[in-house]
Design a protein around this ligand. Structure first.
Ligand code: TUI
Length: 315
């Protein structure tokens, strides 16, 4: 059994949390991951508060186990989403794209654990001045909006810089990845892209197939020139963005082109003109399977890898 202090902190069986992916991570996926012993997370993205409340209620109707909500702090609905999270007494809140400092006092009144995503040591240090319970250190192998450092470089530097538990994100899709980030000092891993291909995930079949078909170099970074780089699968849209970047198009024009494109891919299944966010691990994902099978496989392989490394030492 792989248990770490993350299991005690979040009252979960395995040190695995699911990425809070906008549009993709609905109540259905979060409930399945939590029911299987990980921490399921609803991705609030830019959704209005009422829609987030519906997803929370879906999870509560399916499982009694703890789950979380990921709040994208640039959302226009962030204040109301945080209010709903407090009213619904959600156990865990992860945040992205900013500093959740001003919401922490309210979240703590209902005992929520607060876990911000950080892409750098500087931000990890700044955020730990607030009453946060852990951080998710996200390497640039991740899908979606990314920072500069790789997971292998980022995790040990953040582990050395702060005194609270560090969860690794970016580049983890199987038990080898989980064992690797535990070796780097993390207490667990966040997995995103592999859970997109969970049976319970509502992403369009075309989106799941695009990930399953992807090869090692297909998850590329676009929109670097805007200062908000995004990792997504190569398609007609990424070629169009690359062309605009070569022609020095303005940041506004490039960002405007991206509006509504994630929904177009995830919900409508337009994987050519939509944004197909996925991590570098897309090339490792071979099939659709249940969240429970994904977790069982990650845990079994991590145990095998860690046992082998113990044998290496004792021999
Ligand atoms: O948030 C992410 N990745 C995302 S969010 C997202 S939703 C979306 N999709 C399409 C269009 C618009 C939004 C897709 N991918 N990762 C977590 C993350 N957070 N990465 C980096 C950060 C971050 C950046 C700056 C966290 C804090 C921060 O703070 C700045 C400051 O100084 O306060």
């Amino acid at each position: 059994m792989i248990r770490t202090e993350l299991c005690e902190l979040l009252d979960i069986e395995y040190p695995i949390i699911q990425g809070g992916m906008a549009w993709v991570a609905t109540g259905e996926l979060a409930a399945a991951v939590s029911e299987a012993g990980g921490l399921g997370i609803i991705g609030a993205g830019n959704a209005p508060a009422d829609a987030v409340r519906e997803e929370i209620q879906k999870v509560k109707q399916t499982t009694d186990k703890p789950f979380g909500v990921n709040v994208m702090l640039l959302s226009p609905h962030v204040d109301q989403v945080m209010e709903v999270i407090v009213e619904e007494e959600v156990a865990v809140v992860t945040t992205g794209a900013g500093n959740p400092g001003k919401y922490i006092k309210d979240l703590k009144t209902v005992g929520a654990k607060v876990i911000p995503v950080v892409p750098s040591v500087a931000l990890a240090k700044r955020i730990t001045r607030f009453d946060v319970d852990a951080v998710i250190a996200e390497g640039n192998e991740s899908g979606g909006h990314i920072g500069q450092l790789t997971t292998t470089a980022l995790i040990p530097q953040i582990v050395d810089a702060i005194d609270i538990p560090v969860i690794a994100a970016g580049g983890v899709a199987d038990g080898r990845g989980l064992a690797a980030v535990l070796s780097l000092g993390a207490v667990g891993a966040q997995i995103g892209t592999r859970f997109v291909c969970a049976t319970e995930c509502i992403a369009h079949d075309n989106y799941k197939e695009a990930i399953i078909k992807a090869k090692d170099r297909d998850a590329i970074v676009t929109a670097r020139s805007t200062g908000h780089p995004v990792r997504n699968l190569k398609n007609k849209l990424t070629r169009q963005i690359e062309k605009m970047e070569r022609e020095d198009a303005s940041k506004d024009k490039i960002e405007e082109l991206g509006i509504g494109r994630l929904k177009r891919a995830v919900i409508e299944g337009d994987v050519e003109e939509g944004t197909v966010m996925a991590g570098q691990v897309a090339g490792m994902i071979a099939k659709e399977e249940s969240a429970a099978d994904i977790i069982a496989d990650v845990v079994a392989v991590a145990e095998e890898v860690l046992e082998k490394s113990c044998e290496l030492i004792s021999n």
